[in-house]
Write a protein that binds this ligand. Structure first.
Ligand SMILES: Cc1cc2nc3c(=O)[nH]c(=O)nc-3n(C[C@H](O)[C@H](O)[C@H](O)COP(=O)(O)OP(=O)(O)OC[C@H]3O[C@@H](n4cnc5c(N)ncnc54)[C@H](O)[C@@H]3O)c2cc1C
Length: 370
């Protein structure tokens, strides 16, 4: 008899939700992670009494009451609302594009004036059939918004000129004709009080976890331990890159402790000019309304992904999507392995979405086994 029902590779949200639900039904689980902490990319490290989002800003938001209630079973959420600010040279603008942004750009005060101004700006490009991202953005919002708030940021994010990027990257650019700086439209939003680790610790309460264990170092031995495997690592790696690598965009995070209690007055400030090499500065204390004496900031530098780097954003273009489908095809011959999460499904998932996906897969799996 196997020692465990499930060996779960990865302690991110997918693995943690699966483990919690399986454990609740009396299944014995072992989780492993190659990192030396639980939580995957939601992990927070405490510095100067501040929860530092080690892998970039994580803001929980959802419209799904069931998912909101689910996470609130494990930790209480605060009232944090994401209201990022964009900095272009020395000018500051509210995001997402709304009446505050338009007022700062053009001095317009009413929605009617703002709409008129945008139509005027777009008008110049009305006969263009966009063949690249720059043309696409110009036809959607015109020159001022594009040049000050989109161009440099996007070029840094993708590491390519906007004229070399395909137009489909920007399908829509929502414009809001109210003075509302709340970035998300979702009904529920917040940050776990005490940080995301509380959520993961709650999910994994009473379940065995081994850290600093890379599945592939001792795969054969580990596979012997459980009836089934839940794999949340990169799918191409599982199949030994048989069809080539799936591509990602990656990020470098530069964390700094500053001897000041308030550096930028907001959790997230986007730097939209190309000449500044990072895209954002996060000031973590503002996610939890911290009153600590010092502050911790993180500069985010987008970088080209290479083997060995952290894979953050899947590049879901035609080439990679086709390659992923080939890998996905192979999973059918691995009936005792459940592939899930952003790396195994090669999909950009927000937290609420990965929790939803894990709950669906878990229920399917556990009901099947009943
Ligand atoms: C920069 C950034 C910002 C984000 N911001 C937000 C946000 O504001 N709001 C939001 O809702 N979502 C956000 N997300 C998305 C969120 O991080 C994901 O939805 C969530 O982390 C996905 O969970 P997961 O379990 O699929 O993957 P992960 O969190 O990546 O967990 C996978 C785990 O598997 C482990 N693993 C991989 N390979 C192996 C191996 N061979 N052996 C052992 N362990 C292995 C990894 O170490 C990792 O811990 C953001 C993502 C990024 C990258």
């Amino acid at each position: 008899m196997m020692k465990y029902d499930y060996l779960i590779v990865g302690t991110g949200l997918f693995g943690a939700v699966f483990a919690h639900e399986a454990n609740k039904q009396g299944k014995k689980c072992l989780l492993i992670d190659k990192r030396n902490h639980i939580g995957g990319n939601t992990y927070c490290e405490e510095t100067e009494g501040i929860n530092v989002h080690k892998y970039g800003a994580h803001i929980f938001h959802t419209n799904d009451k069931k998912i909101w209630d689910y996470v609130n079973n494990f930790v209480e959420f605060n009232r944090y609302t994401n209201t990022p600010v964009a900095r272009y040279k020395n000018e500051l603008y509210n995001l997402p594009f709304n009446m505050n942004t338009f007022n700062k750009l053009w001095g317009v005060k009413t929605p009617r004036e703002a709409k008129q101004k945008i139509e005027e700006q777009k008008g110049e490009y009305k006969d263009i059939k966009p063949s690249n991202l720059e043309e696409q953005a110009l036809t959607l919002v015109g020159k001022d918004i594009y040049e000050k708030l989109i161009k440099g940021y996007t070029e840094k994010q993708w590491g390519r000129k906007a004229t070399d990027l395909p137009p489909f990257i920007i399908k829509r650019l929502p414009l809001r004709f109210t003075y509302d700086n709340n970035y998300f439209n979702d009904k529920y939003q917040g940050i776990p009080i005490g940080g995301y680790n509380k959520l993961i610790e709650g999910l994994l309460d009473g379940i065995e976890v081994r850290l600093g264990v890379n599945y592939f170092d001792t795969k054969d031995e580990l596979d012997q331990l459980a009836d089934k495997i839940v794999y949340t690592g990169p799918i191409d790696k599982y199949f030994n890159f048989r069809f080539g690598e799936l591509e990602y965009r990656s990020l470098n995070f530069e964390h700094e402790v500053l001897d000041t209690d308030n550096f930028q007055g907001n959790a997230v400030v986007n730097y939209t000019e190309y000449e500044i090499p990072f895209t954002r500065i996060l000031e973590h204390k503002h996610f939890e309304f911290g009153k600590q004496k010092k502050t911790v900031i993180t500069k985010e530098y987008p970088i080209e992904w290479k083997q060995g780097m952290e894979p953050y954003y899947p590049v879901n273009d035609e080439k990679n999507t086709a390659r992923f489908k080939k890998y996905y095809g192979l999973t059918k011959d691995h009936e005792n392995v459940i592939f899930g999460g952003r790396l195994a499904e090669y999909k950009y998932y927000d937290m609420h979405q990965v929790i939803g996906a894990a709950l669906v897969k878990t229920r399917k799996e556990l009901n099947k086994n009943d």
